[in-house]
Design a protein around this ligand. Structure first.
Ligand code: LM2
Ligand code: CA
Length: 493
């Protein structure tokens, strides 16, 4: 239940997509810890396929050393991935823990590789359905029998057994019904927890039978002393595109669940400037607030889009995208996850790998990914945008105080309180908004956190705003926000 997997409604996560381990360690120390991000989703850390040049896929995408190498495990060894070695990984987990930032590993445990054969990033020879050395010490392997009972691609997406037993994208689907198959997966995840990993995103969770996933989760140890969440079971959020065949709620007993229904609604509403009704969001897809992981985009959506781009809102769209992220951070629905991207071309470049993906110095994995530099054009670092980081402060200040008194001013403008400790307003139009807003905040002077987080000395990043007689008068810029908060104390937090 929720208590066992950790009720992390007060968390703010960031996905540092494709960042190498040393860069994540540095970011925990320099930016994430000091600014109140509580967790990072990191790349799948296991040995992966190496694809010097991909064939054209069903979306017409081609790439050299594409980003998606990581999603085809060859073994569970941690050395020589594109992100670094096991030592670098451990150093990252330790450094982030010192700054109270949890590591969430992207766990690719539904499948191994696609068709073909090759040599993995750490030198393990593989062939589809044959992975001879999962831990590099000869103790465990997977072979043909471990992938039944289907051995072919999913065709009927309305058939639950087929969706869970057959192959997603022709990726060799592990037969997790078999305890002997589960055992090395459990050892892999348990080893990560023992290294101080506090949580997991389960990749393609919908394709793993709930009871199989439950058995693997239940077998894991508690997070060790010295790491965030020590003494508790690791947190989980499950990647599920809920539908009539397999609803989101099938996975809520085992952790939080990614809410793609909410993603589509929020992205489309902000794109079209129709946000007046986003105060009360209800329970999209049937997920309650403390069951949902929420996001404006993710690494798949930002490349694929869906519904002809209507529900696609990424850094390519500029300010409106950052405004939508600010809204998710300000609202009480779900645990927000901020996408942090490297720059890629939307047109034809979708499979392109992260900066510096060419092989170097004979490294067969397509080289260690370049260290991240948020000041370069190669890395977008959405999580460092002043409005986004300021709203992380807002989120931490208001805690669990509920959304109250939502109001709108035309289709594109929305404001709400967070109990008596916060006021947030969003202007998804091209014109400045001369707003007069009633609020339950105490009268006084507030920093506008939409202009950025507080300085180390508590100073405002931008203007101060006055609340007098329960009212605020402010000019909210086009595609801008207003966010006032005071640290929450007591019952409602
Ligand atoms: C996911 N969640 O359920 C990830 O979020 C998503 O990024 C993964 O797909 C997917 N599931 C499998 O883990 C990515 C990428 C695919 C790529 C796979 C495997 O979006 O394009 O598939 O990783 O690397 C590629 C080819 C595809 C081919 C497959 C197997 O694009 O055409 O299918 O490899 O060879 C025959
Ligand atoms: Ca499966």
């Amino acid at each position: 239940d929720e208590a066992e997997t950790g009720d992390h409604t007060d968390e703010v996560l960031v996905h540092l997509f494709q960042w190498n381990w040393n860069s994540i360690a540095a970011e925990c120390a320099e930016y994430l810890g000091p600014n109140g991000y509580s967790g990072v989703q990191v790349a799948p850390p296991q040995e992966h396929v190496v694809v010097p040049e991909s064939e054209e896929d069903d979306r017409g995408q081609v790439g050299e050393y594409p980003w998606w190498q990581d999603y085809q495990p060859v073994s569970y060894q941690l050395d020589n991935t594109r992100r670094g070695d096991a030592d670098d990984f451990q150093n990252m987990v330790d450094t982030c823990a010192e700054h109270d930032v949890k590591i969430y590993v992207d766990a690719v445990i539904n499948h191994m590789t696609g068709p073909g054969d090759g040599v993995g990033s750490n030198g393990t020879e593989w062939e589809q359905y044959s992975y001879p050395d999962l831990f590099g010490d000869g103790t465990a392997s997977f072979d043909y029998d471990d992938f039944g009972p289907c051995w072919r691609e999913i065709e009927d997406w309305n058939d639950r057994d087929e969706v869970q037993d057959c192959e997603l994208l022709e990726l060799a689907d592990l037969n997790t019904a078999d305890p002997d198959v589960r055992a090395p997966v459990i050892d892999y995840l348990a080893g990560l927890v023992n290294m101080g990993v506090s949580g997991f995103r389960v990749d393609a969770a919908k394709h793993i039978q709930e009871e199989h996933l439950e058995a693997m989760i239940d077998a894991l140890p508690a997070v060790p002393d010295g790491y965030p969440g020590a003494g508790e079971q690791p947190d989980f959020f499950h990647e599920v595109y809920g539908d009539a065949t397999i609803p989101y709620t099938a996975y809520t007993p085992y952790g939080d669940v990614t809410n793609f229904d909410h993603q589509a609604n929020v992205a489309q509403s902000f794109r079209e400037g129709q946000i007046a009704d986003l105060g009360d969001v209800g329970t999209p897809g049937g997920l309650a607030a403390n069951e949902a992981t929420v996001f404006v985009d993710n690494h798949d959506i930002q490349r694929d889009g869906h519904s002809d781009g209507k529900e696609l809102l990424t850094y390519h769209d500029g300010e409106r995208h950052y405004l939508a992220t600010a809204y998710l951070l300000a609202h009480d629905y779900g645990t927000p996850k901020v996408m942090s991207s490297y720059d890629f071309e939307l047109d034809g470049g979708e499979a392109e790998g992260p900066p510096n993906h060419e092989p170097q110095d004979g490294n067969p994995a397509g080289a260690l990914t370049a260290d991240t530099d948020c000041d370069s054009e190669d890395w977008i670092c959405e999580h460092r945008a002043p409005m986004v980081t300021g709203l992380v402060t807002f989120s931490n200040h208001v805690g669990a105080a509920p959304v109250t008194s939502a109001t709108s001013a035309g289709d594109g403008r929305l404001a709400f309180d967070r109990g008596e400790v916060g006021l947030a307003a969003f202007n998804a139009t091209g014109e400045a908004w001369e707003a007069t807003l009633a609020t339950n905040l105490d009268d006084g002077e507030y920093c506008d956190l939409a202009q950025g987080p507080l300085g180390a000395d508590g100073s405002c990043a931008g203007d101060t705003v006055t609340v007098a007689d329960g009212e605020v008068h402010a000019q909210i810029p086009a595609d801008g926000a207003l966010a006032l908060a005071t640290p929450c104390e007591g019952d409602q937090c």
